[in-house]
Design a protein around this ligand. Structure first.
Ligand code: 13P
Length: 248
């Protein structure tokens, strides 16, 4: 299976800078050559712009969150059906920034994953421990608890999710997990998925947290690292393409 390299732009961008960035990426992708599967998860107001910029390209469109509800009186929320209208293939759910700043619980994240799947959107389910939890020796317990909630909710659809291991202490800090350190957690997640589905090999487990053009190759060489979820480096065309090339 090809690696999946997904950018998470977070709350960055503008109509003008998005167009310049995506055009530079698409230019860089011209010509033959094996390439990883690519996606960009963008702020909701730019979905229409991105749908048209990415039409017919190798880059799939994704959102950064989705509502746990189908529709109705949920001011400010964006439903899975709405994302589907803009041809979103992916939706990040349970990013640590949402868990941390918006109080998203494991159960809420699981409902979001369920909603995405019901609309034909692949949820990219983020799990990861804080520095405090790592130092207390709780890393495995935390990521397993976070993933268990999702597996419990999506049940027989487990093989259709993407998981992203994002140690909170590595996000935006420049401190990447060592490849072996990340691999250890990925192996735990793989075993958990294998216990829940007959097709664990279909589930991609991405690494996220200060992945960049320099460290991507060694991370992506680990047996259970099937791609990357890229924050800062996805805002620079050359860096994002270099990471994509490392995973090809
Ligand atoms: P950085 O790559 O900026 O550390 O962000 C990682 C991340 O949170 C991707 O979802």
């Amino acid at each position: 299976m090809k690696k999946l390299i997904a950018g998470n732009w977070k709350m960055n961008g503008s109509l003008a800078t998005n167009a310049a960035l995506v055009n530079a990426m698409l230019e860089g992708l011209e010509g033959p050559g094996a390439i990883s599967e690519l996606a960009l998860c963008v702020p909701s107001p730019y979905l229409a712009q991105m749908q048209s910029l990415l039409a017919g390209s190798h880059i799939a469109l994704g959102a950064q969150d989705v509502s746990a509800h189908e529709q109705g009186a949920f001011t400010g929320e964006v439903s899975a059906g709405m994302l589907r209208d803009f041809a979103c293939r992916y939706a990040i759910v349970g990013h640590s920034e949402r868990r941390q700043y918006h109080g998203e619980t494991d159960v809420a994240v699981a409902s979001k994953a369920q909603r995405a799947l019901a609309a034909g959107i692949t949820p990219i389910v983020c799990v990861g421990e804080t520095l405090e939890e790592r130092e207390a020796g709780q890393t495995e317990a935390v990521v397993k608890r976070q993933l268990a909630a999702v597996i419990h909710a999506v049940a027989h659809c487990t093989s259709e999710i993407v998981v992203a291991y994002e140690p909170v202490w590595a996000i935006g800090t420049g401190k990447t997990a060592f490849p072996e350190q990340a691999q250890q957690v990925h192996a735990v997640l793989r075993a958990q998925i294998a216990a829940a589905t007959a097709h664990p090999e279909r589930v991609r487990i991405l690494y996220g947290g200060s992945m960049n053009a320099t460290n991507a190759a060694s991370l992506l060489a680990q047996p259970d690292i099937d791609g990357g979820l890229i924050g800062g480096a996805s805002l620079k065309a050359a860096d994002f393409l270099a990471i994509a090339a490392s995973g090809a």
